[in-house]
Design a protein around this ligand. Structure first.
Ligand SMILES: [Zn+2]
Length: 320
């Protein structure tokens, strides 16, 4: 197997032996050069009705920093499970599920799309409001040679997208409360947390829950760095997998909350501070200087830990 750093890191995580951590290979992505596993991690109880937090990354292969943040988080979390009995005990009450590298073929090749040139975040059977769409970026079926290609009409989901959808349905849909964070990079100057929809400016049915979480974050960490808003305040897209999953869940589980969030790291700022990055393909999506990279690894740990506690204690703020 041809490998790459993030996949190596993910495979290294399997060295942590604990009855609380389970690894699973959900599928294999074949490219001309090699085959790559899509790996999942499930932490905590087998009881899928418990509140569940999902961490996802690497949907867009170029945006490696999202996977790196999750992998750094898991290394730290798994190590803490070897000595922190309170943390071990807390896992009686919630679960964490993750696919840290959804698009390993794209990551190996440093492309946004998967090895079939499909943008996985435009691939779902979800059509955006036509009056607000932008040419190409909102998703298109013009040509796989252009970015944001949705895939052939009627062909169904790409393998990676299907793996994600099946995993989220299996691991998150039965939960009494579910929250996911999908980490991306490359848009804007600030780190942004987005709640759905991507497809429309119409109101998201769980807007109240999304805003309660925002209030909790704002009050708990008044100096946090995130801009928190609806995804459609930024741009509208067709084919968003989280819109698709949310709608599927909402139809089926009217009484339960599933809140799929996106963390979009504001990489334009990294470019402003280090303009040389503009000339590097990887640099558009990554902080290249070492000190900046360490800071980015560190600065999101507060958010990830906050989300753990918010999910575990959801009744304290969601029903308040
Ligand atoms: Zn992305």
């Amino acid at each position: 197997m041809n490998t790459f750093n993030e996949l190596d890191e993910l495979l290294r995580l399997e060295r942590y032996r604990s009855s609380l951590i389970r690894f699973e290979t959900l599928g294999t992505i074949e490219t001309r050069e090699a085959a790559y596993p899509v790996k999942a991690i499930v932490i905590g109880s087998d009881d899928r009705s418990l509140p569940t937090l999902g961490f996802f990354g690497g949907v867009h292969g170029l945006e490696k920093v999202g996977s790196q943040i999750l992998l750094a988080f898991f290394h730290s979390f798994f190590y803490q499970l070897t000595w922190d009995r309170d943390l071990v005990k807390s896992l009686d009450g919630y679960r964490i599920v993750s696919i840290p590298i959804i698009n390993p073929g794209g990551m190996a090749r440093s492309t946004r799309c998967n090895p079939c040139n499909v943008d996985l975040m435009r691939n779902a059977p979800v059509e955006a409001d036509p009056e607000h769409t932008l040419p190409l970026i909102s998703g298109h079926r013009v040509s796989p040679q252009l970015p944001w290609y949705r895939g052939e009409a009627g062909k169904g989901l790409e393998k990676e997208a299907q793996i994600l959808v099946d995993f989220v349905k299996r691991e998150m849909f039965e939960a009494q409360m579910a929250l996911s964070l999908d980490v991306h990079s490359g848009f804007g100057v600030r780190d942004q947390i987005w709640y759905p929809y991507a497809k429309t400016k119409a109101e998201f049915p769980r807007k109240a829950a999304a805003l309660k979480l925002k209030a909790l974050l704002d009050t708990t960490f008044p100096h946090h760095i995130y801009k928190y808003e609806c995804q459609s305040d930024n741009y509208i897209t067709s084919g968003d997998l989280w819109d698709y999953l949310f709608d599927g869940h909402h139809e089926q589980e009217k009484d339960r909350v599933f809140l799929p969030l996106t963390l979009e790291l504001g990489s334009w700022n990294w470019i402003r501070k280090n303009p040389v990055q503009f000339f590097s393909k990887a640099g558009l999506f990554h902080p290249m200087k070492h000190h900046r990279h360490s800071r980015i690894m560190r600065r999101h740990l507060i958010l990830l830990n906050f989300l753990l506690r918010a999910v575990r204690n959801h009744s304290a703020w969601l029903e308040a």
